[in-house]
Design a protein around this ligand. Structure first.
Ligand code: S3P
Length: 438
């Protein structure tokens, strides 16, 4: 038996109700550090997510010579300007964080010093050519392991570029916009779908020369980035698990305060509405250039839905949770155009299908999605979280509606994005505890 709890034990039947919060947005937390490092002066970040992925970025930023301190519950990031980073003494370890690696690649490609980006075995398996190809087209000198990390950067001067992304990806878009800050001319990125636009919003708030229309973003180098005082809202991708639990369980309502509802992130709400499970947006407001609202959900009789097209990228991280919801919906749910799920921390289509089958679900894995006809009676079993935070949390949601006990192993990874996940669910009335499993 390992000494540290590494599995989540779940029993059904809890009537979920009450008010809660979830931790700060992961995408915004990465960006607040990376962009803050490039600002001309010290900014503050409230609501930073102190999770595995974002703490990896914090370590990388510090290794690049940036002082980050905690003061009165906020982080101060002592930006040193666009020319202020210093050469790291060792490879930068992004651990599991794809966002850290791909965004930092954009910063490091145009530096006058050499550097290396590396990560866990899991991250070393993920595709990096989607950023190294366009960066090389800008003049970057990158040595990689066949399109995978570690990525070794030699000093380089970057050229402007117009790049049409083959897949909608906020990480690729952000990487190229960051590289554009160091290029000798404008960088234009054309995206096939509306990937999250946090980088654009933050850069603009910092005074960057950036314009964006429907599917095209241009950044022009030059000038300085102003430091920001930023308040990071709660992460809708974490809130999604709580919402799905509330929709599937008796009790309610469950309200989650101060959630980021940037329209490029609210695909999950649109999909749930199409499944007859409306989530109420209460007291919509804007904080720090990002739309925010409280979200409230009640038990709902979910209906199957046909999901594909532009909504996919706006909900890409929420499909593990939505897959569980689909097993409980009346009728057929089909998800198409979601092949990107295969290149996340795990191949989430393969892994979620396999694990839900262990719980008794009949579910069809498709090359670009899945099909399930519900409602499916789930029975508790041991399932594997595969060291993928969103898989582990989704399987815990399934445990809430399965008969008997479910044990989600290899689940410590929930701390990569949602520290306090189990405790949050317990406080709402879920029968869920940490346990130890070899
Ligand atoms: C993210 C973008 C998405 C998402 C990831 C976070 C970001 O990845 O899945 O969790 O912060 O830019 P892709 O850009 O690969 O779609």
């Amino acid at each position: 038996m390992s000494a540290v709890p590494n599995a989540i034990r779940v029993r059904p039947g809890g009537a979920l109700a009450g008010q809660t919060t979830v931790p700060g947005d992961k995408s915004l937390s990465h960006r607040a550090l990376i962009l803050g490092a490039l600002a001309d002066g010290t900014g503050t970040v409230r609501g930073f997510l102190p999770a595995g992925d974002t703490l990896a970025t914090l370590d990388c930023i510090r290794a690049l010579g940036i002082a980050v301190e905690e003061r009165d519950g906020a982080l101060t990031v002592a930006g040193r300007g666009l020319d202020g980073l210093s050469a790291p003494g060792a490879p930068l370890n992004c651990v599991h964080a794809g966002t850290a690696m791909r965004l930092l690649a954009g910063v490091l490609a145009g530096q006058p010093f050499a550097s290396v980006l590396d990560g866990s075995d899991q991250l070393r398996r993920r595709p990096m050519r989607r950023v190294t190809d366009p960066l090389r087209a800008m003049g970057a000198q990158i040595d990689d392991a066949n399109g995978r990390a570690p990525l070794r950067f030699a000093p380089a001067r970057l050229r402007g570029i117009t790049y049409t992304m083959p897949v909608a990806s906020a990480q690729v878009k952000s990487c190229l916009l960051l590289a554009g800050l160091f290029a000798d001319g404008p960088v234009t990125v054309i995206e096939p779908g509306p990937a999250r636009d946090h980088t654009e919003r933050m850069l603009r708030a910092m005074g960057a020369d950036l314009d964006a229309d429907d599917n095209r973003v241009t950044i022009r180098p030059g000038g300085v980035l102003r430091p920001l005082d930023m308040a990071i809202p709660a992460d809708i991708s974490s809130a999604a698990f709580v919402l799905v639990a509330a929709l599937l369980s008796a009790g309610g309502p469950v309200t989650i305060g101060g959630v980021g509802v940037n329209p490029t992130r609210t695909g999950v709400l649109d999909i749930l509405a199409a499944m007859d499970a409306p989530v109420d947006m209460i007291h919509p407001r804007e904080e720090g250039g990002e739309p925010v609202a409280d979200l409230a959900a009640n038990r709902a009789a979910l209906r199957g839905a046909d999901v594909g097209g532009a909504v996919i990228v706006r909900a890409i991280d929420e499909f593990p949770a939505l897959m569980v919801a689909a097993t409980q919906a009346e009728g057929e749910t089909i998800v198409r155009d979601a092949a990107e799920m295969r290149v996340k921390e795990t191949d989430r289509l393969e892994v979620m299908t396999a694990e839900l089958r262990k719980l008794g679900a009949a579910i069809e894995e498709r090359p670009d999605g899945f099909r399930v006809i519900g409602p499916q009676a789930l029975r508790g079993a041991a399932v594997d979280g595969h060291d993928d935070h969103r898989v582990a949390m989704a399987l815990a949601m399934a445990g809430l509606v399965a008969q008997g006990e479910t044990l989600v192993t290899d689940a410590r990874c929930v701390n990569d994005s949602f520290p306090g996940f189990v405790e949050t669910m317990q406080a709402l009335g879920a029968d869920m505890t940490w346990s130890r499993h070899d």
